[in-house]
Write a protein that binds this ligand. Structure first.
Ligand code: MLT
Length: 206
């Protein structure tokens, strides 16, 4: 495993041990870092290369991928800028590590930036598993997502993400042509074993 600051995000990179498997882009939640989702990545996609950046925004010392004004209220100017920055990092990493476009696996804030990258820079990702995601942009541009698979896992009793909001995200991505699977789990905001199982099954079938 390597850690480097040479590219534009501090990140971890774990090379593939099974050639031919799609790389994963792991995107942590608020207060997380580049180490957080590595165990999850190994579990849901054994043998895949793992690319795990640390969000550059600090909220009271907690790393995030973009600024928010309050819980669930996003600074959309910053969000657009950061989504583009992350897409540029993915391109740099693809070049440095010789990777094809990754599948994003994002949790919470990481899921929200992944959804924004799909809406703003769709070429950066081959697909995405969005765990506890909500609509990142109030007014996203029209985008073409035909052929991209998206898994959305929501918690029925999530106090942070209203289910209606996650449903709107699912409809919007489907309307753009993505193959969307949206499951609502008997869970809150925190991930459960069921999240790991459904994410692994979905990746296995890609
Ligand atoms: C966000 O800010 O992206 C969402 O509210 C999720 C979170 O990070 O708490």
């Amino acid at each position: 495993m390597s850690t480097t600051t040479e590219l534009s995000f501090i990140h971890r990179f774990v090379p593939a041990t099974e050639p031919g498997r799609r790389p994963l882009l792991l995107l942590h939640g608020t207060g997380g870092n580049e180490d957080d989702l590595l165990p999850l990545g190994r579990l849901v996609a054994p043998g895949s290369a793992l690319l795990s950046p640390r969000g550059k925004v600090l909220e009271n010392g907690m790393p995030r991928f973009f600024r928010r004004l309050a819980e669930g209220v996003f600074d959309e100017i910053d969000l657009r800028r950061r989504a583009n920055e992350l897409a540029d990092f993915i391109a740099e990493a693809q070049e440095s590590y010789k990777l094809v476009a990754p599948i994003a696996v994002g949790f919470s804030n990481g899921a929200n930036i992944a959804a924004a990258v799909l809406q703003l820079r769709p070429e950066a990702l081959a697909g995405a598993a969005l765990l506890r995601a909500m609509m990142p942009l109030r007014d996203p541009p029209t985008v073409e997502l035909t052929g991209k698979s998206v898994l959305i896992l929501s918690g029925a009793s999530d106090p942070i993400v209203p289910l209606d909001n996650a449903k709107r995200l699912a409809s919007m991505l489907s309307a753009a042509g993505a193959i969307v699977q949206h499951r609502v789990l008997p869970a809150g905001h925190v991930l459960t074993q069921a999240d790991l199982g459904f994410t692994k099954d979905w990746i296995d079938r890609l």
